[in-house]
Design a protein around this ligand. Structure first.
Ligand SMILES: Cc1ncc(COP(=O)(O)O)c(C=O)c1O
Length: 404
C-alpha cells in the first residue's frame, strides 16, 4: 500500500491539528492519523480482477532499462571498490549531472560543486525542509499535488500552505493565491514542473515568485517527458536571481526507482546562501549509495536513448488515450504539457469516491481527484504509463461506464 492509498478521506488535511500530547504514544509522526486503508483501497483488495490505470511504477509497465547497459555501468565499480564518501556526492556523478543541465533547453550552468547527490528526490525534499525551516515554519505548495508533500512536511515538523492551480488556465499557478498564502513563517515555495498529476509545465517566469523573494524548490522529475510543450525550461533558468533548488533523479528519468539516486542542483544564489550548510546536512546521512553514483556517468552517456524511447511510448499512449476519451462528453480532458498523467474533470458526477468504486466494479481502477487534494469538482487520475493495449481497454471501460 502506497501513500496514495492511505489518503483516507476527502478531508485529509494538509496541516494536521495534533491534540495536546498527554502521553508518549500520542506524539510523533502520524501519531494521531488514521492509518487504515481507505474505501477504494479496501474495494481494490477485494476486487477479483481489474485493469490498473494508476501505476507510476515503470518496472511494472514493461519499461525496463536495458540490463546490459546496467551491467556495463556497474562493472568498473567492483574492481576499484573503496569507500571514499564525498559530502556532496561522487565528483564524476556530479560532473555528469552538470553536463546534463548544460544540455537542457534553455541550458543551465550548474557547476559540480553546486550539486548535492541524495538517495532520492523525496530525501532531497526532506533535507531542504530541514535546511530552510525551523519547526512550525511553512512552505507554499500547490493545492493539487501528488500526496508526498504532506507526509514529508509532517516528518520535518513544518506545515504547508496552499496556493491554487487554475484549471481554467491549464492548471497554471494562480499568482494572487501564491502571494496571499505567504506569511511571516514561510520559508520557501514548492513547484512541480511538469506537475503531477495535472501535467502543467511552468514555461514563463512567475512575477509573484520574484515579489515573494523566497527560496524555490522545483521538482522536475518529469522534465524529460514533455507532451504538448516543446521542452521543460529549468525553473532556475527562468528565475536566475532567486535561490532555486532543482530536484531530479533517476527514478523517472531512467525508470530506475529501485537504484535510489536523486539530486539537488543549486543555482548561484542558492549555493552561496545555503550550499555549505546543505553539504553538512547531506554528510550526516550520505544516503546515496556509492554503486549507483559510480554508474551515473554511464547512465547519462548511454541511457538517454532509452529515456527518448520511453518518451515516445508515453506520447503514443497519451495520443491513444486522448483519442478514446474525446468520444466521451462526460469528460473534460486537457492534453498535458508534460508528465504521464491525465487528470480529466468528470461532468455531472458529484461523488468521486462512488464514481471510482463504480469504475472498479466495471473492471478499471483510477484514482479520485481527492487523493491529490483536488476538492473543486470531480476528477479522475489516469496514468498513461500503463502498457498501451491495457490503457486503451481500460479507457474504453471508463467511456462505456460514463455514457451508460
Ligand atoms: C512529483 C514527484 N516528485 C518526486 C517523486 C519521488 O521521486 P523519487 O523516487 O526520486 O523519490 C514522485 C514520485 O512519484 C513524484 O511524483
Amino acid at each position: 500500500m502506497g501513500l496514495v492509498e492511505r489518503t483516507s478521506s476527502r478531508c485529509a488535511g494538509r496541516a494536521k491539528a495534533f491534540k495536546s500530547p498527554g502521553a508518549w504514544h500520542a506524539a510523533g509522526f502520524l501519531a494521531e492519523a488514521d492509518l487504515s486503508a481507505n474505501a477504494i483501497e479496501r474495494a481494490r483488495r477485494a476486487a477479483p480482477a481489474y485493469i490498473d490505470l494508476t501505476s507510476s511504477n515503470p518496472t511494472h509497465q514493461g519499461l525496463i532499462f536495458p540490463v546490459e547497459m546496467l551491467r556495463a555501468a556497474a562493472e568498473p565499480y567492483w574492481f576499484a571498490r573503496r569507500y571514499e564518501p564525498d559530502a556532496r556526492g561522487l565528483l564524476a556523478a556530479r560532473e555528469a549531472i552538470s553536463r546534463y543541465y548544460s544540455g537542457r533547453t534553455p541550458a543551465l550552468l550548474v557547476p559540480p560543486d553546486q550539486i548535492v547527490i541524495t538517495a532520492s528526490t523525496s530525501e532531497a525534499y526532506g533535507l531542504l525542509f530541514t535546511l530552510l525551516a525551523d519547526p512550525g515554519d511553512n512552505f507554499l505548495a500547490p493545492n493539487v499535488a501528488y500526496p508526498l508533500f504532506e507526509h514529508l512536511a509532517a516528518a520535518h515538523h513544518v506545515t504547508l500552505r496552499s496556493y491554487q492551480l487554475d484549471e481554467s488556465c491549464g492548471w497554471q499557478i494562480d499568482e494572487a493565491t501564491l502571494l496571499r498564502a505567504a506569511d511571516a513563517r514561510t520559508r520557501g515555495v514548492l513547484i512541480v514542473s511538469p506537475h503531477n498529476p495535472t501535467g502543467m509545465i511552468v514555461q514563463q517566469p512567475i512575477a509573484a515568485l520574484e515579489r515573494l523573494g523566497l527560496p524555490v524548490i522545483c521538482d522536475e522529475v518529469f522534465a524529460e517527458f514533455t507532451y504538448r510543450a516543446p521542452h521543460t525550461p529549468p525553473l532556475a533558468a527562468l528565475h536566475p536571481a532567486l535561490p532555486v533548488f532543482t530536484l531530479n533523479g533517476i527514478s523517472k528519468m531512467f525508470a530506475l526507482p529501485d537504484l535510489k539516486l536523486g539530486w539537488i542542483a543549486m543555482n548561484v544564489p542558492a549555493a552561496s546562501a545555503f550550499g555549505a550548510r546543505l553539504e553538512i546536512l547531506n554528510d550526516i546521512y550520505l544516503g546515496a549509495n556509492s554503486l549507483t553514483q559510480a554508474m551515473l556517468p554511464a547512465l547519462f552517456e548511454h541511457g538517454l536513448a532509452f529515456t527518448a524511447a520511453m518518451r515516445q511510448r508515453i506520447r503514443a499512449s497519451l495520443d491513444a488515450a486522448l483519442a478514446v476519451l474525446k468520444g466521451c462528453p462526460a469528460l473534460q480532458v486537457r492534453p498535458p504539457d508534460g508528465g504521464y498523467y491525465l487528470f480529466p474533470r468528470v461532468m455531472c458526477q458529484d461523488d468521486e469516491e462512488a464514481l471510482v468504486l463504480k469504475l472498479l466494479e466495471r473492471g478499471v481502477l483510477v484514482h479520485p481527484g481527492f487523493f491529490y487534494g483536488c476538492e473543486d469538482g470531480t476528477h479522475i487520475m489516469i496514468s498513461c504509463l500503463s502498457a498501451p493495449e491495457v490503457l486503451v481497454r481500460g479507457l474504453e471501460l471508463i467511456v462505456e461506464t460514463l455514457t451508460t
